[in-house]
Design a protein around this ligand. Sequence first.
Ligand code: PLP
Length: 434
Amino acid sequence: MNERDTLCVNQNGQLEIGGITLKKLSEDFGTPLYCMDQTYIENMCAIYDKTLKTEYGDGLICYASKAFSCKEIYRIVNCCGIGADVVSGGELYTALSVGFPAEKICFHGNNKLENELELAVKNNVKYIVLDSYTEADDLDRICQKYNKIQDVLIRVNPGVEAHTHHFVQTATVDSKFGFSISSGEAEQMVLSAKNKKNLNLVGLHCHIGSQIFENKSFSLGAEKMTDFYKLLKDKHSIEFDVLNLGGGFGIYYSNDDSKKTCEEYADYIKNIAQTLNTAIQKKGLKKPFLILEPGRSIVGEAGVTLYTAGRIKTIKDVKNYIAVDGGMFDNPRFALYQAKYTVVVPEKMNVKPSVKYSIAGKCCESGDLIAEDCYLPEIVEGDLIAVLSTGAYNYSMSSNYNRNLVPPVVMIKDGKAKIVVKKQSYDDIIRNDV
Ligand SMILES: Cc1ncc(COP(=O)(O)O)c(C=O)c1O
C-alpha cells in the first residue's frame, strides 16, 4: 500500500482515509462504497498546476474527467483553478451544470455527435479536438449557424509506443484515435482544417496512452510533436499557439508499480516541461501554451472501494474465493484487462497475511473478479475488504449489469465524509423502463 497522511493505519491497526476509519464509513454509509480522499485530489491538482507554471510557464492542466466524473469533482477541480477535459455530452453537461468555466474545457472524442458538438459550441467551450474530416465539416457548419469562430485542435498520432497494456495504448499507428504523422495524414488534415471559415486551428493534441511510468515515452511524444510543428512551419509557414500533450501518468496499484508521493508525481510534468523547453529552442519554434490532461493520477489513488465479504468458497488445493457485495458492475477493470489492485482488510491491518484469496464479484460471469491471488489475513463472512487505488475508471466505468445497484460515492476531508453521489435504488433501476 502507498501510505500517506490521509491513507494510513491508526494505532488500533485499522485503515483510515481522510481521518476516518473505513469501519466508521461502512457503518455510516454501508457497503459497497466508493470512498474518495478530497485532500489527495486537491494536493494533486495544486502540485500539477504549480509545476506546470514554474517549470514551463503558460499552460493549463485539464483534469481528464473520464477518470471520475460527477458534479462534485468538477466543483473541486474548479476550486483548484485547473481546467477539465471532457469526452462526451454527458461529461460536458455535468461540468456545465455546476458552473465549470467553459473557457477551461477541452472537448475530445473520436465520434462526437451532432448534439454534443452543438452543446459545446452553444456553451462556448474553449477547445474542441477534431478527430476526422467530416467532424471538421460538421463543426464548421454548426459554428456558422451560431455565428461563431471555434478554437480547435487536431488529434494527431505521433506513433509512440508506450510500455503499458495494449488496450490502453492509444498512439501507435493502428489506433482508432487521431491522424498519423508518419503517414502524412496529419499534415493533410491540418491543411484542410486551416481552410474552414468558422474554425480557428490553434494547435495539435496527442495522448500516447495510459498508466505509463517511463518519462522517456512522454519525452518522445513531445519531441515528435515539436518535430511536426517544425515541419509545418518550414513547409507551410504554419505556426501554432497551443500544444496539448494529453495525460497518461502511471500510478501505484500494486507492487508491480513504483510508489510516489504527491510531490514526486510532479516529475512527470517537470520532464515534459524540460523536454519541450529545449525542443522549442533547438527547433526555433514559438513557445506554445501547453495543455496537459492527467486523469488517473489525480483521482486514482484517492479512491478506495469498500466491500463486505460474503460467501467464502474453498476449492481444496486450488483456490479460495471471497465473494464481495460488489463486482464488475462497480469495477470492470479486472474483467476488461486483468488490472491489478492492492486488497487489504481494514480491520486487520496488523494481522499477518496468511491465506491466498481471489476476490470475486457477485455477477453472473466467471471473469467477474476484482483481484486474484492476494495474501490476506484469514477472512470470515462479514469482514470488510478494501480495494485501493480505485478512484479512476471505476465509478466512471460502472454499470447496472445484472441490475446491480451502482454504489454511492463519499468524499472525505478532514475527518468528515459527505455523499457526493447517492446510492441507487431499485426504483432508479426501473425508472426508464417502459
Ligand atoms: C485524450 C486523453 N487525454 C487524457 C487522458 C487521461 O489519461 P490518464 O487518466 O491516464 O491520465 C485520456 C485517457 O484515456 C485521453 O484519452
